[in-house]
Design a protein around this ligand. Structure first.
Ligand code: HEC
Length: 235
């Protein structure tokens, strides 16, 4: 019967549509039937703690760092996604613990996302907690001081450009009032984040640079997974 497709255009079209249909079924309908994990909610899903249970919004300082990350084009050279490949989970793991594969829930507040497409430098999805502030300071001043032959550019202006959070804290005051009135969980979380940050920074809040913001942002990456102790710094 399939031989007819050699000579008849109609048969060729029908046969190719049938094959295409089978291919479609095998790649879309069959996999979730075989692998039940597709239909399950995320392991860390907990409505009362936000969309993932672990993920939190970024505070003003971290958001400022993220803006610098976007502006400086860090994403030209760095991705933020651990793929389902051994090469990724081993390479970006930590002390023998494999890095967890990136899942959609991690990116709920990441807009626009920073997945990136090209790895001129290593992936940064699990960089949070890997190095301490001093390491980053040296690295941003001159990557060659730490990694011989590194082609990452130096970013010395991060240390002189100031970050002003006055606007953020003023807005946070309004959000806190709204949160008290409406009990909206999103607003309550944002108000709490701002209050925490204010308490943590103290008088230092007036003296922040883009470097402080950048490190604050980098240290958040990968923390939603809770796969390593929070202060497990190497250096
Ligand atoms: C021209 C490409 C390029 C750009 C742009 C770039 N990097 Fe890199 N980055 C690299 C390379 C290559 C490495 C690996 C060598 C090294 O550690 O210096 C690296 C390493 C790193 C590391 C250490 C990663 C690890 O796992 O050890 C961090 C953190 C980092 N970059 C952050 C940034 C940030 C933040 C920016 C933007 C301000 C940035 N990079 C911009 C190429 C780049």
């Amino acid at each position: 019967m399939l031989k007819k497709a050699d000579t008849s255009a109609i048969w060729a079209i029908v046969a190719s549509l049938v094959l295409f249909f089978i291919g479609g079924l095998m790649t879309t309908v069959v996999p979730p039937m075989v692998d039940k994990s597709w239909g399950q909610p995320f392991a860390n899903a907990d409505k009362s703690k936000g969309p993932t249970g672990h993920l939190r919004r970024l505070n003003g300082l971290e958001l400022a760092g993220r803006a610098v990350y976007v502006r400086e084009g860090c994403w030209y050279c760095h991705t933020q996604q651990i793929r389902t490949l051994l090469a990724d989970t081993k390479r970006y793991g930590w002390k023998g613990v494999d890095a967890p594969i990136s899942t959609p829930d991690e990116f709920v507040y990441d807009s626009p996302h920073m997945f990136g497409t090209k790895r001129t430098g290593p992936d940064l999805a699990r960089i949070g907690g890997r190095y301490d502030t001093q390491w980053h300071r040296t690295h941003f001043r001159n990557p060659r001081d730490l990694v011989k032959g590194s082609i990452m550019p130096a970013f010395p202006w991060l240390f002189t450009n100031k970050v002003d959070l006055t606007g953020y804290f003023a807005e946070a005051d309004v959000i806190a009032q709204k949160a008290a009135a409406t009990k909206d969980p999103a607003l309550v979380e944002q108000a709490a984040l701002a209050a925490d940050l204010k308490a943590k920074l103290g008088p230092q809040a007036a003296n922040l640079t883009e470097f402080d913001a950048m490190v604050a942002y980098l240290q958040t990456l990968g923390r939603a997974k809770d796969w390593r102790e929070a202060n497990d710094y190497e250096k």
